[in-house]
Design a protein around this ligand. Structure first.
Ligand code: PLP
Length: 368
């Protein structure tokens, strides 16, 4: 079987090794004569997997001991609501840095929570220009006294990513909360630079249905106590993410994906691979004599989601179709921005990206 070259934005490609391991272990997990998804989440067979997955997150991300690692459900979208429910006190104000569509959604949900919870929400910075996001904000309004500041490290739809180096103007205090859904584990990150990191698993961690939260224990302990119990972080922290039935098979697959990542050399090795992939694709765009055009500022270009345009929407549709015929799928841009988008998550093979770049060169030569 040849694998589809999946450039989809999420759910995304998973490492073949992780899938094959699941296939081997599917009907008889660890000699138990049943699959892992049929095991009780309170039983030894599953608990071992659960603990291993949590430990692999700590290992690969370098999570300090005073941070909690949680597996939750509801996707990053539920976090848009849970964060203010827990961290925005009555009379407090949450600040949001908005660099794309996901940041907008986070603000909208926080405003709903703030209306009933007695808090307020402020946009501390936005890079929206003419209805679009092609850069990063140069200035963030003072955030002193904010309950927390929310940022998005990589805006998946617009292809805009923070470098997370000394050029990144994130406020160090108050608590910094980061939606890292589409670039977590794709590059080395200093967890200590954040108070909370969260991500839906379906881009770089595993299948959909699992949400990863990494947060300072003290932040979660100090959260509001008037939210429904199931929506309070402390509930899940106390129960080691086993308060209610977790998505056991999803967490099992997270274990397989992270084991694969460790085998590859961990995050430093995958970062090098990811940067090389992005370089190949942006070079194909920049070297096309203007046939392909990347709308995002060079300094803000994402290494995970490469957004680009062709001279006309008709040519864009033609390329998507021709690429599919070659086994390259998921290249259509998000409906809200149009154009094309190639997502280059961890499990996207370098050879696929080279094949795409070659295909684009040939296409441009024929149609340019
Ligand atoms: C995909 C994505 C989301 C939404 O994730 P769900 O798990 O579908 O809720 C939120 N933020 C970012 C940055 C994303 O890439």
């Amino acid at each position: 079987m040849t694998r589809a070259m999946n450039f989809g934005a999420g759910p995304a490609a998973l490492p073949l090794e992780a899938l094959e391991r699941a296939q081997r272990e599917l009907c008889d997990f660890d000699g138990t004569h049943m699959s892992v998804m049929e095991h009780s989440h309170r039983g030894k067979a599953y608990e071992k997997v659960h603990d291993e997955a949590l430990a692999l997150v700590r290992q690969t991300m370098g999570v300090p001991d005073d941070y909690e690692v949680l597996f939750l459900q509801g996707g990053a979208s539920l976090q848009f609501a849970m964060i203010p429910m827990n961290l925005l006190p009555a009379g407090g104000m949450a600040h949001y840095v908005v660099t794309g569509a996901w940041g907008e959604k986070a603000v909208a949900e926080a405003e709903v929570v703030a209306r009933t919870g007695g808090g307020a929400v402020k946009v501390a910075a936005t890079s929206e220009k003419d209805g679009n996001y092609t850069s990063l904000p140069t200035e963030i309004a003072p955030t002193d006294g904010a309950a927390y500041v929310h940022v998005t490290s990589n805006e998946t739809i617009h292809g805009v990513q923070y470098a997370l180096d000394s050029s990144t103007p994130f406020p160090a205090r108050p608590p910094l909360v980061c939606d890292m859904s589409s670039d977590i584990l794709g590059r080395v990150v200093d967890v200590r630079a954040f108070d909370m990191i969260y991500a839906g698993a379906q881009k770089n961690i595993g299948p959909s249905g699992v949400t990863l939260v990494i947060a300072k224990k003290s932040l979660l302990d100090g959260g509001r106590k008037d939210a429904p119990v199931v929506l309070q972080y402390r509930t899940h922290a106390k129960a080691r993410s086993l308060y209610n039935t977790p998505p056991t098979f999803g967490i099992y697959l997270v274990r397989n994906v992270l084991s694969w990542l460790v085998g590859l050399g961990g995050v430093p090795a995958i970062e090098e691979r990811n940067r090389a992939k992005a370089k190949v694709l942006y070079a194909a765009i920049d070297g096309s004599g203007g046939f392909y055009r990347a709308p995002v500022d060079v300094a803000a270009r994402s290494i995970m989601n490469v957004v680009f345009r062709l001279p006309t929407p008709e040519l864009e549709a033609e390329l998507v179709k021709a690429a599919e015929a070659e086994g390259m799928i998921g290249l259509k841009g998000h409906r809200s921005v149009g154009g094309l988008r190639a997502s280059l998550y961890n499990a996207v093979e370098p050879a696929w990206v080279s094949a795409l770049a070659d295909f684009m060169k040939t296409f441009a030569a024929k149609r340019g």
